[in-house]
Design a protein around this ligand. Structure first.
Ligand code: CUA
Length: 347
């Protein structure tokens, strides 16, 4: 079929997409302060992976340059010239074929040594690592500290400069725990236990993301690790073990507590001494709220813990996290205001 004249101007628009894609990839390298940067290790386990990555990367880069250089050289040196005769026809070259089979095999064997060593290094926790249990839920991470009895959610608080040993499982489907600056990814599998070593060298906040598609709000299943100086971590643990703060009588927070106790909240959320919930007997439950206000993010670590954001969440959770098991409770504005007062008092 003959192309019509008016089709022609569309050509440049179609060719714009690859150019934009290349530009996006190149520009992404310029991003500063990227919290999920896996090339910015902040602890020994992420560092061992990083070391392995760069060794492999430079070997691969060397091979790329040699192979592509060889191809370009052949193209230019042996290209057809006006007075070229037909080249000598050959088939097979045993010495060359042995060489290009043996050399890659040796390179792979060479890379396998540090790779296998790194894999085994990361498979078992070190002696004296602090155990923490991680439970995946659609769509949030729960944390339990078996040594102290603390139970928390969304924000994993750890002592800086010390190894923690995560024992991980899932309450529903397969999830994947990934804090890029502290270690690689590891699956959370229902009915199985997997293990992940984490250590942050310095106090600070490290971002994470569920790394396995786990349903509608997979993208909203994020994580934060908050590494504290050891003394601060001790203080945090002691504070977490306290029962929930009792609101002052007649205050908005006290009214919020009544709203909490009168609504469906009590079916899913534990608040110690207020609504003790045996999570072993309920199939689906939400984050422990005893110290809700001590966490800087909520809703799968997607929202900063501010009164404005809590208001948005309480008004319609599935609008924030599609598929959320917390339904729209149809709360009145005054109930929402009182609940915010109560939740934000739970330090
Ligand atoms: Cu959990 Cu994706």
């Amino acid at each position: 079929m003959v192309r019509k004249q008016r089709d022609v101007p569309q050509q440049p628009r179609r060719s714009r997409f690859p150019a934009l894609a290349v530009a996006a990839v190149l520009l992404s390298a310029c991003i500063q302060d990227s919290p999920l940067d896996s090339l910015d290790p902040q602890g020994p386990f992420a560092q061992t992976i990083d070391n392995l990555f760069w060794v492999t990367f430079w070997i691969a880069t060397g091979i790329f340059v040699l192979v592509q250089g060889g191809i370009l050289l052949a193209v230019f040196l042996f290209r057809e010239k006006p007075d070229s005769k037909e080249p000598r026809q050959i088939h097979g070259n045993t010495r060359l074929e042995v060489a290009w089979t043996v050399i890659p095999a040796l390179i792979l064997a060479g890379i396998a040594v540090p790779t296998v060593r790194t894999v085994f290094d990361l498979t078992e926790c070190g002696a004296g690592a602090m155990p923490i249990e991680v439970i995946g839920h659609q769509w949030w991470f729960e944390y339990r500290y078996p040594e102290s009895g603390v139970i928390s959610a969304n924000v994993l608080v750890i002592p800086a400069g010390q190894e923690v040993c995560l024992t991980m499982t899932s309450n529903d489907v397969i999830h994947n725990y990934w804090i890029p600056k502290l270690n690689g990814k590891r699956y959370l599998v229902p009915g199985e236990e997997t293990l992940l070593r984490l250590q942050a060298d310095e106090p600070g906040e490290y971002w994470g993301q569920c790394g396995e598609f786990c349903g509608l709000s997979h993208a909203m299943m994020r994580a934060r690790v908050n590494a504290l100086a050891p003394a601060e971590f001790e203080a945090w643990t002691a504070a977490q073990l306290e029962p929930a703060l009792e609101p002052e009588e007649g205050s908005p927070a006290a009214r919020g507590k009544e709203v909490f106790l009168g609504q469906a909240c009590i079916g899913c959320h534990n608040i110690s001494d207020v609504n003790p919930l045996d999570t072993a007997t309920v199939e689906i439950y939400g984050p422990d709220l005893t110290h809700f206000a001590s966490r800087n993010v909520f809703a799968g670590a997607t929202l900063d813990n501010t009164p404005e954001n809590v208001a948005v969440w309480l008004a319609n959770p599935p609008a924030v996290k599609p598929g959320s098991y917390m339904p729209n409770l149809g709360l009145s504005q005054s109930d929402i205001d009182d609940l915010i007062a109560y939740l934000e008092s739970l330090r």
